[in-house]
Design a protein around this ligand. Structure first.
Ligand SMILES: [Mn+2]
Length: 307
């Protein structure tokens, strides 16, 4: 069985991981056809096995259900209606007691409605947000929700800034006022260079400690693939030289998949039609599979906690 067939196994009943496609691109600041990516990603998974030889786990132990795609924004003038559909679909999956929900984008504007849907609108209680992104994504909402605004939108919507951590910020990719806004709101920010210097496991450990100290008990993880080095992510409109490597992001995904506090993950900002030779799509697929391998590990370490 390849990983695409695994995702399509389509179980009825309980699932360990629920996958939802969010084919949107109208909120992208740079022109993007990211709405084509969920379907392209499912095809790309054909290239992968379900056996994670690095960690000795098989994804076939995991009960996965692909809910398919939410209706996207291709037929709409903007992303407003699609954002509402994403929020509602995630909330419905949540009520279906999915322990882990994965949203496949789509542009990064999906993160705000997806996280609101997962939290049932209660951002302030105990949720945290961890982003892997070249950018802070805290632009002001003067023109409504865009792919550069989701973190600000969530903080202004009630998520304490001290419960937000951002890993992989690039040089020459952010305006100083956006870095200052994040700092003023208590965001734990880690630059791509710090990941290179200290290693991914160490910076994730520090980020989780910071979020834990701020009262986080449940975590949503947003993976903007533009956090990757541009040569590894040519299909992301805003990827930059000096970014992370796929192996670092895979390591992060496995570590977070194995952490039972992580209840939601999104993968976004890939424009499948701008990709070169499948480089970005395969990186994206590998991160999804590494995360799912981590969820297998989670189940092994927490027997009886499948609920
Ligand atoms: Mn982003």
């Amino acid at each position: 069985m390849n990983a695409s067939e695994w995702l399509a196994t389509g179980l009825s009943g309980g699932a360990d991981v629920v996958v939802l496609g969010a084919p949107i691109s109208r909120a992208s600041i740079s022109p993007s056809r990211a709405h084509t990516t969920p379907a392209a990603l499912r095809r790309t998974l054909e290239r992968f096995t379900t056996w994670d030889g690095d960690h000795g786990v098989s994804l076939e132990e995991l009960r996965v259900r692909d809910l398919g795609d939410v209706e996207g924004d291709a037929a709409d003038p903007d992303a407003t209606a699609a954002h509402l559909r994403i929020e509602q679909a995630v909330a419905a999956a949540r009520r279906g007691r999915a322990p882990v929900l994965v949203v496949i984008g789509g542009d990064n504007s999906l993160t705000a409605p997806a996280m609101r849907g997962l939290c049932d609108g209660v951002l302030g209680r105990d949720w945290g947000l961890l982003t892997f992104d070249a950018h802070h994504d805290v632009r002001p909402l003067d023109h409504g929700p865009r792919n550069g605004t989701p973190v600000r939108e969530l903080i202004e919507g009630g998520l304490p800034g001290s419960r937000v951590a951002q890993i992989g910020l690039h040089g020459f990719a952010n305006a100083p006022e956006h870095a200052a806004w994040a700092s003023e709101h208590g965001v734990h920010a880690v630059r791509a260079g710090q990941v290179r210097a200290r290693g991914m496991a160490a910076v994730i450990g520090d980020a989780l400690d910071a979020l834990d100290a701020a009262g986080m008990t449940r975590l949503y993880v947003d993976v903007d693939l533009d956090v990757l080095e541009r040569s590894c992510a040519p299909g992301c409109p805003a990827s930059m030289p000096g970014g992370l490597l796929p192996a670092q992001l895979q390591e992060a995904a496995y570590q977070l998949g194995s952490d039972r506090r992580v209840q939601g993950l999104d993968l976004c900002e890939v424009d499948a039609e701008a990709d070169l030779n499948g480089i970005t799509l395969r990186a994206m697929a590998s991160v999804l599979l590494a995360f799912c391998a981590g969820v297998v590990r989670r189940r092994h370490s927490q027997p009886g906690s499948e609920e």
